[in-house]
Design a binder for this molecule. Structure first.
Ligand code: BTN
Length: 248
């Protein structure tokens, strides 16, 4: 069901910005917990592992959710997985798509990336004071731009052959995100475990994981109760993966 409840968070809308994550980090002290920095035009978007997040002249969704949790037990490590489940749910329910999550939190449609998530923390005295949870969703990105990206990429507009209202999609995602957020804060990964596993396209397959410049091949066995990826290496030895990107 569509949830456009905006009472649980506040929005800062910018016409254009270098990067919503950078803007949120630069101004984090001025923002309350549950503030969303949102724009449809980003000029220097950043991705994971210092990659760029490409944009073009079309309107796309670029947003950063600022969270200032006050519990020592907050499930920081599962935040991006939580957001990936929320975004996939919206793509499935509202756009009739079949999204797959690629470890740990990329969202793909038929093998083409439509959304990426970048979480960054703001520390003081060795303590996390805030988390900036950045989301990029290709909404109206054009085919020519998608073809220039050095990875298979798509957008809602490419898939559905029409343009979409980005603000409405942002409110849809934020509504869903904050609807279940209190449960996620208390219970952590268990709140999304079933949905996350259902959408994991890589489980039961041979995968290559890349972290920085190191690549290793594994068999992807399962996701454990903490949201870690359990894999088996070429010698049958089991280990748990915390970060990295699945290449294939
Ligand atoms: C990735 O897949 O590598 C993560 C991409 C995250 C991109 C979003 S767009 C909004 C926010 N601002 C940024 O500069 N990056 C994130």
């Amino acid at each position: 069901m569509v949830n456009l409840d905006m009472s649980k968070y506040s929005i800062i809308t910018l016409d254009e910005v270098h990067s919503t994550n950078s803007y949120a980090l630069e101004n984090v002290r001025f923002f309350d917990d549950k503030t969303v920095v949102y724009t449809t035009r980003q000029t220097a978007g950043r991705g994971r592992y210092k990659r760029r997040w490409i944009c073009d002249d079309t309107e796309n969704l670029y947003m950063s959710i600022i969270l200032k949790p006050d519990s020592d037990f907050f499930p920081y490590t599962n935040l991006t997985q939580y957001l990936s489940v929320i975004v996939s749910g919206c793509l499935e329910d509202e756009f009739d798509l079949k999204p797959e999550i690629k470890w740990p939190n990329d969202i793909l449609i038929d093998g083409y990336k439509i959304s990426g998530i970048l979480a960054e923390s703001y520390m003081q005295n060795n303590q996390i004071k805030a988390v900036i949870l950045g989301l990029g969703l290709n909404v109206n990105l054009q085919k020519q731009t998608a073809e220039r990206i050095n990875q298979k990429a798509t957008s809602l507009s490419i898939l559905k052959n029409k343009n979409f209202d980005v603000e409405k999609i942002m409110k849809l995602i934020c509504g869903k995100f904050f609807e279940a957020y209190a449960d996620f804060e208390k219970e952590g990964f268990s709140v999304i475990k079933e949905d996350y596993i259902k959408k994991c396209g890589f489980l039961g397959k041979n995968i290559t994981i890349k972290e920085e410049d190191i690549q290793k091949s594994y068999y992807a066995k399962a996701i454990d109760d903490e949201g870690l990826l359990i894999v088996e290496d070429e010698f049958g030895k089991e280990c748990k993966i915390i970060t990295g990107d699945v290449l294939c």
